[in-house]
Ligand binder design. Structure first.
Ligand SMILES: Cc1cc2nc3c(=O)[nH]c(=O)nc-3n(C[C@H](O)[C@H](O)[C@H](O)COP(=O)(O)OP(=O)(O)OC[C@H]3O[C@@H](n4cnc5c(N)ncnc54)[C@H](O)[C@@H]3O)c2cc1C
Length: 377
């Protein structure tokens, strides 16, 4: 059901599509995406994991709040599990993570060295102090999230315009005018869900950036001949220097890198793939003869590594939905509900607020410098 408010959503990634679907319940919504396909940037390049122990406290609450929507939407593909394992000298670090994670999720287990090596036989029992295992971490079917949200949105009358770039946003009467490569739209609200380009959108609205930092992460595919990897969990070293994860009979490897980058069509560097291969080989019995299909994507973080969701106090009608970092799929359904409520001047939905999610912790104005009253430039 479309209502009378006119909303433009900038960005056809998971953030833009989930919010478009939520907003459609009370508004007429158009999604504008610069690329020729949906989910081309970060949303097409993720490792597709849902982990309730990942990220800061706010991210963990938002993930918990998104779990039901991911489950009922049929977006969980496999109960993958996630294992953080340490080298022999990492006992304290592993114990500390186990204590912290168990306080949050009682199902999390501290594994001994032999349990760790039994679960993932490429980890040498003599070289590990064991690990921390989260059994309920899930594989997300990210392609299905993007395509199903887009299809439901279109079926309900929503418009998605591809190959169209937002160039300028300015005040127009009581609302906003959005100039694009194809024309212009008048809107009551514009939702900035432009991922790595969210600060660019602010500049195109004549505003200072709020300080989002896109960071490149590199991944590739490799084989592990002789091992049945299908039931391995995602395996990450306790210092987050690499991870690997089963994917369609093969493994995805990653350097778990966070290299600063301008917003762009991110491309993997050979050195990052080689470094990841070296680290995985040093830490395990895996021998990676031919890493292939490398890719990179941008994970975009706000200065406090929490998402930015809320009205921009500098330009009435402009609303942020950005800074999802490395958690966009696991938090998007909760963020979409929050955005929809805030855009209608409602409070954060009760069930999400009960998990400790407060409007102020997401609002863009948390970055305003109290001395100057301005966003830092
Ligand atoms: C290697 C990697 C691994 C990851 N692993 C996970 C994981 O396991 N679990 C998880 O939950 N998350 C993971 N993430 C993070 C997740 O992918 C992101 O948080 C999420 O995809 C961000 O979605 P988005 O819609 O904000 O951004 P995007 O998908 O980048 O979408 C933004 C869109 O805005 C469009 N746009 C920009 N400017 C304009 C303009 N001016 N006009 C029109 N359109 C514009 C862009 O073309 C783009 O398509 C990972 C990310 C990477 C890179």
């Amino acid at each position: 059901m479309s209502g009378s408010a006119r909303i433009i959503v900038v960005g056809g990634g998971v953030a833009g599509l989930t919010v478009a679907l939520a907003l459609q319940e009370w508004a007429s919504v158009t999604v504008i995406e610069r690329e020729s396909q949906l989910g081309y940037h970060a949303s097409g390049r993720s490792a597709a994991l849902f982990s309730e122990s990942y990220g800061n406290a706010l991210i963990r609450a938002l993930s918990l709040a998104s779990r039901e929507a991911l489950a009922t939407g049929g977006y969980f593909e496999h109960r993958r599990g996630a294992l953080h394992f340490g080298e022999a000298a990492d006992v304290e670090r592993v114990d500390a993570l186990a204590r912290e994670a168990q306080a949050l999720l009682p199902g999390i287990r501290r594994l001994t060295a032999s349990e760790t090596a039994e679960m993932v036989p490429v980890i040498d029992i003599a070289a590990t102090c064991g690990g921390v295992y989260e059994p309920d971490a899930m594989d997300i079917d990210t392609g299905k999230v993007v395509q199903s949200c887009a299809s439901a949105f279109r079926t309900n009358g929503g418009a998605i315009s591809l190959n169209e770039e937002v160039l300028r946003i300015e005040r127009h009467g009581e609302g906003l005018r959005v100039a694009t490569t194809s024309g212009a739209y008048d809107a009551d609200f514009v939702v900035n869900a432009a991922g790595a380009w969210a600060d660019t959108i602010a500049e195109r609205a004549g505003l200072a950036r709020i300080g989002l930092a896109p960071k490149r992460r590199t991944a590739f595919i490799f084989d592990a001949p002789g091992y049945d990897t299908r039931h391995w969990p995602l395996v990450v070293d306790i210092r987050e220097r690499f991870y690997f994860k089963p994917d369609a009979g093969r493994l995805i490897g990653s350097l778990a890198d966070e290299t600063d980058s301008p917003p762009c069509d991110a491309w993997p560097e050979d050195i990052d793939v080689a470094t990841a291969v070296d680290r995985i080989e040093q830490a395990t019995k895996l021998r990676i003869h031919r890493p292939h299909t490398p890719w990179a994507g941008l994970r975009t973080f706000s200065p406090d590594r929490s998402p930015v969701v809320g009205a921009d106090p500098r330009l009435p009608g402009l609303f942020w939905l950005a800074g999802q970092g490395g958690y966009g799929f696991q938090v998007s359904f909760a963020l979409a509900r929050i955005a929809s409520a805030l855009l209608r001047d409602n409070k954060v939905p009760d069930d999400i607020a009960a998990l400790g999610v407060a409007r102020a912790a997401l609002a863009p104005d948390r970055f305003i410098d109290p001395q100057t009253g301005e966003f830092p430039t």
